[in-house]
Design a protein around this ligand. Structure first.
Ligand code: ADP
Length: 207
């Protein structure tokens, strides 16, 4: 009997939960849009950049090591970010409405790790939504953000260009990985913030 009840529960969970990867180059508006989607749907927002910056703020050993790479625009090792996401997903428990992953996965190895950790909880990725923004717009936006963000990696144009290069070189492959399963939708990321949210909302409502 309890097996049957658990089976019904897991069926319900698979149906109800929506897990989304908000994707796009640095500065494409993932954080801004994620906050708006959290407000609308009650998703749990998991940003590896935010998690790493919180480690830096608390001056943990992990944070200090990560900072050296982040300031240069390089990726932090996979095991570090995968470990952080794993704990955050476990911590969130079963009651969440779904997750918005932002800044993760950033390469195919991270995508495989994400699939396997979600699979272990009878969850999966439902959509990867790409915010498309051209490189020169990105550079301008991030430099403007650098005026107030306090982030060393937002202040220096060569570092911003390197982050964009890392995106092209390693991260774009994640969209191909999920694209093979028909889960990818591209959204123009230039325009009014509210209009971009509306486009994301219609994609999420269509799931
Ligand atoms: P942005 O998308 O604007 O570059 P993030 O906050 O997502 O900002 O990331 C800032 C930095 O944190 C990255 O340049 C990288 O050094 C590190 N980082 C964030 N997420 C990951 C990840 N999934 N894998 C490796 N490094 C990451």
């Amino acid at each position: 009997m309890s097996i049957l009840i658990n089976w019904f529960k897991s069926l319900f969970k698979i149906k109800k939960m929506q897990n989304i990867i908000l994707f796009g180059p640095p500065g494409s508006g993932k954080g801004t849009q994620a906050a708006r989607l959290v407000e609308k749907y009650g998703f749990k927002h998991l940003s590896t950049g935010d998690l790493l910056r919180s480690e830096i703020k608390r001056e943990t050993a992990l944070g200090m090591e990560a900072k050296k790479l982040m300031d240069k625009g390089q990726l932090v090792p996979d095991d570090v970010v995968i470990g952080m996401i794993d704990s955050a997903v476990q911590e969130a428990g079963d009651s969440v409405r779904g997750f918005i992953f932002d800044g993760f996965p950033r390469n195919v190895a991270q995508a495989e790790a994400l699939d396997s950790l979600l699979g272990g909880k009878e969850m999966k990725i439902d959509r990867l939504l790409v915010l498309e923004v051209p490189e020169d717009v990105i550079v301008g936006r991030i430099l403007a953000r650098g005026e107030t963000s306090g982030r060393a990696d937002d202040k220096n144009e060569p570092v911003i260009r390197d982050r964009y290069k890392v995106y092209r070189e390693y991260t774009v492959a994640v969209a191909d990985y999920y694209g093979d399963r028909g889960l990818v939708k591209e959204i123009p990321g230039v325009g009014k913030i509210e209009e971009i949210t509306d486009l994301l909302v219609s994609e999420i409502d269509a799931i």
